[in-house]
Design a protein around this ligand. Structure first.
Ligand SMILES: O=C(O)CCC(=O)C(=O)O
Length: 205
């Protein structure tokens, strides 16, 4: 199956893109949950709408850990909220998680899916035989929350009629967001290749 990560990414809203979508009840509740889960000093980092139209069996998100896409800052705490806009099921490409992967202290190996990050942003990790993948079917209005090291992905949309849309908001440690911005990293597909070359690199003692 071919990955169509960039095709199905409809919008990555930096603060100034769509002010009407700031301060919603979703964002406010997510902020509170992020603090309850991760502790103090968690701030809004970015949001995005991810939409898979019907009959897009190729609308696959490869397995990945979000932190592999981001600069590995000193404080990596993250709570990523995934709000289902449509009922999300195996047929239309719901999220799949590998339980326990958030406890791994080394990132899995991620390679560029199409050989060159200049051409395609997408990274992919490979599951091992011991990994158990759990599809998480949720209803419209439900939310999942994942950690920056949780291995996750999703299959294509084989439904003849159902969209699979989601609104993602990520809260990260304030110092992490400051560090990201200071090197020009904004979670946008327009970030430069020089910036993208700095992501996912862990300092191994
Ligand atoms: O919507 C998807 O299938 C993938 C979303 C994702 O990777 C994320 O929210 O971190």
């Amino acid at each position: 199956m071919e990955d169509c990560h960039s095709d199905i990414l409809l919008g990555n809203q930096k603060l100034w893109y769509n002010p009407n979508l700031r301060g919603t009840i979703y964002e406010r509740r997510a902020a509170s949950i992020a603090e309850q889960l991760c502790g103090p000093e968690m701030v809004f980092d970015y949001d995005q709408i991810l939409a898979k139209p019907p009959r897009r069996a190729d609308g696959v998100f490869s397995w990945h850990q979000d932190l592999a896409y981001w600069p590995v800052t000193e404080d990596t705490r993250t709570a990523s909220f995934w709000l289902a806009i449509d009922d999300s099921c195996v047929e239309n490409g719901c999220l799949r998680f590998v339980p326990g992967s958030h406890l791994e202290n080394r990132l899995r190996h991620h390679g560029p899916l199409h050989g060159d990050r200049d051409k395609s942003h997408t990274l992919a990790a490979v599951l091992s035989d011991n990994d158990v993948e759990i599809p998480v079917e949720i209803q419209r209005g439900d939310v999942t929350v994942h950690h920056e090291r949780t291995l996750h992905g999703s299959g294509g949309n084989s439904s003849p009629y159902s969209w699979r849309r989601a609104w993602v908001i990520a809260f990260r440690a304030k110092s992490a967001v400051e560090e990201e911005r200071s090197i020009g990293f904004t979670h946008s597909h327009n970030d430069s290749i020089q910036v993208l070359n700095k992501v996912g690199i862990e300092n191994v003692a």
